[in-house]
Design a protein around this ligand. Structure first.
Ligand code: FAD
Length: 547
């Protein structure tokens, strides 16, 4: 007997059908933050827009970042003032568009005797940082004495500490920021399908004219006709360009960055720290993430496929040594590492790429080497809206129509309608009776938190936490299937909720626990359910296995 078609599956089939029917103005390839931003911008400007993503939204680099929406204090050293100015402005815009997802975070930067960046240099840099934010950051930086640093971070190395500073940036959930952007694109009329891989680009004469798309979930292929194709495939973008027969030299250079997640109590950091590695003086962060600390990142050019990029034991040892240097009582070992993961920064290839990856500019580039195929590379999570604006301007030029104003700063992202999330958490806690779950729902879903909790109210089994120690309830998964295009267990447990990052088994036990529910919601029979659990195991091994 064929499996029943459930509403999310029917909606996906309808979207695949729509891909074949309409001739689109623009087809966006790649559902990372860049492609999501382009689709939202294009749809908001009234272009008939489609987006296809080979795996899941943010399954590439956009779920492997340091999760900072930041001006990029580090780039001041390279004189990248324009980028810092632009990123600081974007930090302010994104806090307005998605206050639940982009939240202020104070950083302590301690300075030690003989440090590459001395106290006076740090103070000058942070004054410039405030200036480039036109003094509209959360607050201006403060200089700290050594005692002031230790009051904030009592377990920090005190030997040779000379003082430091405190400054502000913002923390986000990169995968959910991408998802909120995708959902806003859909709300503006875009047709969006995940697990849909472009395998060939269609041509009309010398122009790109659409793509051949394979359905990676249920099989089958569709031809999507579009007047312009946008290559927003980040570290895959040379590969995508080659699908159009382009024989140009490489335009993207992937720099690998690794993060570790460890229990915060083991490190002992109170909040966020910006530090210089004892090994080579590079900037790295120790960031709070609820009960955990995230330590990262590395920055190295490695000839590795974006599909296979992983942390190596050398990367893990390097980050542990750096953290132990500054938190000597922690004595972290590899056994403390709950998760290690890696991403590839899709940097614009340049002559400088041959040398230090940290010195390569994080600016973006928009090109159209094949007519009708607009490519966007480089940039950052923080500046994605600007990249999207420049990309859609290029699309309109390629279409031969007037370039119109990008309206993406005018409307909140999905869930972004809360003026003050902290106030709402109080009311949510009273209703839900679990402060951690309430905070999670408000931060992840913004003004839609009430709709998610309504699912739990209707179906008491879905009030339960998936894992007793983590603040994620079953109702979030139901919402993710119904409203957030979650179609595999990894879509749900890696990117809709970060269970895989926060559990030693990377959510394998949780996957088995939730599979019967998800099977019912998506109409999986018992064979398919078993295959989906196997697929989950393979997905998390690929993401979190250490080389
Ligand atoms: P991706 O997110 O990689 O998206 C490309 C997508 O294309 C993928 O989802 C892929 O599956 C899809 N795709 C590929 N081929 C096909 C195909 N044939 N058909 C369909 N789809 C396809 N930026 C910040 O602002 N703040 C930070 O704190 C920060 N930290 C970082 C830390 C690290 C370690 C790294 C690696 C990056 C960091 N960045 C940060 C940079 C930021 O994460 C990236 O610039 C951004 O995520 C790139 O997004 P993207 O959409 O261009 O690429």
């Amino acid at each position: 007997m064929p499996a029943p078609t459930t509403p999310p599956v029917a909606a996906r089939r309808a979207a695949l059908d729509a891909l074949t029917r309409e001739p689109f103005d623009v087809l966006v390839v790649g559902g990372g933050i860049t492609g999501a931003g382009v689709a939202r911008d294009a749809a908001m400007r009234g272009l008939r827009t489609a987006l296809v993503e080979k795996e899941d939204f943010a399954s590439g680099t956009s779920s492997r970042s340091s999760r900072l929406v930041h001006g990029g204090v580090r780039y001041l050293e390279h004189g990248d003032l324009r980028l810092v100015f632009e990123a600081s402005n974007e930090r302010r815009v994104l806090r307005r568009l998605a206050p639940h997802l982009v939240r202020p975070l104070a950083f302590t930067w301690p300075v030690y005797a003989g440090a590459r960046i001395a106290r006076w240099k740090l103070a000058a840099g942070l004054t410039l940082y405030d200036l480039l934010a036109t003094f509209r950051n959360v607050a201006r930086h403060e200089r700290l004495s050594a005692a002031g640093v230790l009051r904030r971070e009592p377990r920090l190395l005190s030997r040779d500490l000379r003082g430091g500073a405190r400054y502000w940036d913002a923390l986000t959930d990169d995968a959910r920021l991408t998802l909120a952007t995708v959902r806003s694109a859909i709300a503006s009329g875009a047709t969006v399908v995940n697990h849909a891989r472009v395998t060939a680009l269609l041509r009309e004469g010398s122009r790109a004219a659409g793509a051949q798309v394979v359905d990676e979930l249920d099989g089958g292929e569709v031809r999507v006709r579009a007047r312009v194709v946008v290559n927003a495939t980040g570290p895959w973008s040379d590969e995508t360009e080659r699908l159009a027969g382009a024989t140009t030299t490489s335009a993207v250079h992937g720099s690998k960055g690794v993060h570790l997640l460890v229990p915060r109590a083991r490190v002992g950091n109170e909040a966020a720290l910006t530090l210089l590695t004892p090994q080579d003086g590079r900037v790295f962060f120790v960031l709070p993430a609820g009960d955990f600390a995230v330590i990262g990142t590395t920055d190295s050019f490695e000839p590795v496929s974006p599909d296979e990029v992983r942390a190596s034991s050398g990367d893990v040892a390097y980050l542990i040594a750096a953290a132990n240097h500054f938190f000597p009582s922690a004595q972290l070992t590899q056994d403390d590492v709950i998760t290690a993961w890696a991403g590839l920064r899709p940097l614009v290839a340049s002559d400088a790429s041959a040398g230090d990856p940290g010195a390569v500019s994080r600016e973006h580039a928009v090109t159209e080497r094949v007519p009708g195929l607009v490519r966007i590379t480089g940039g950052k999570l923080t500046t994605y809206r600007v990249m999207a604006r420049d990309g859609v301007d290029a699309v309109q030029r390629s279409l031969g129509v007037r370039v119109t104003r990008s309206p993406t700063a005018d409307l909140p992202l999905a869930g972004g309608g809360l003026a003050d999330p902290l106030k709402v958490i109080g009311a949510a806690t009273t209703l839900i009776g679990d402060a951690a779950v309430a905070a999670r729902l408000v931060h992840a879903h913004g003004d839609q938190w009430r709709e998610v909790w309504a699912i739990a109210e209707r179906e008491p089994a879905l009030r339960e936490r998936i894992e007793p120690t983590r603040p994620y309830v079953m109702a979030e998964l139901r919402w993710a299937v119904d409203r957030e295009l979650g179609f595999t267990l990894a879509d749900l447990l890696v990117r809709r909720i970060p269970m895989a990052f926060e559990t030693q088994d990377h959510g394998r036990a949780a996957a088995r626990r939730v599979a019967p529910f998800v099977a019912q919601w998506l109409g999986w029979d018992s064979d398919r359910r078993a295959r989906e659990v196997e697929r989950y195991d393979a997905d998390v091994e690929r993401l979190f296995g250490i080389e």
